[in-house]
Ligand binder design. Sequence first.
Ligand SMILES: [Zn+2]
Length: 113
Amino acid sequence: MARGVYLLHFNPRYQHAGHYMGWAENIARRVREHQRGQARTKLTDAAARVGVKFRLARTWPGKDRHFERALKNSNSTLARLCPICKSGGVTKPHHFRRKKKPGLLARLRRAFS
Ligand SMILES: [Zn+2]
């Protein structure tokens, strides 16, 4: 695989981290290094050591470190760039959850009280 910027999706999350973004000459080789815990980055090496799996969520082929930095500095969090998270691979924030409908008994009780 070509050089460029890539995004790793952690499964499961490691502490507060769910993603890692980096740049590599050879993305495929770099992802294998991450998975073996030999990437020499604090975060992914520690996560790999406790069994976290990394999925290559997205690549931006041909992009350079300036692009990586721009994305990291932008307001969008890595999760919003991640197609795995967007497709529902992550728990939705609490306020998105639908309220459970009250059961029949509860509704009857309310109607006749
Ligand atoms: Zn993700």
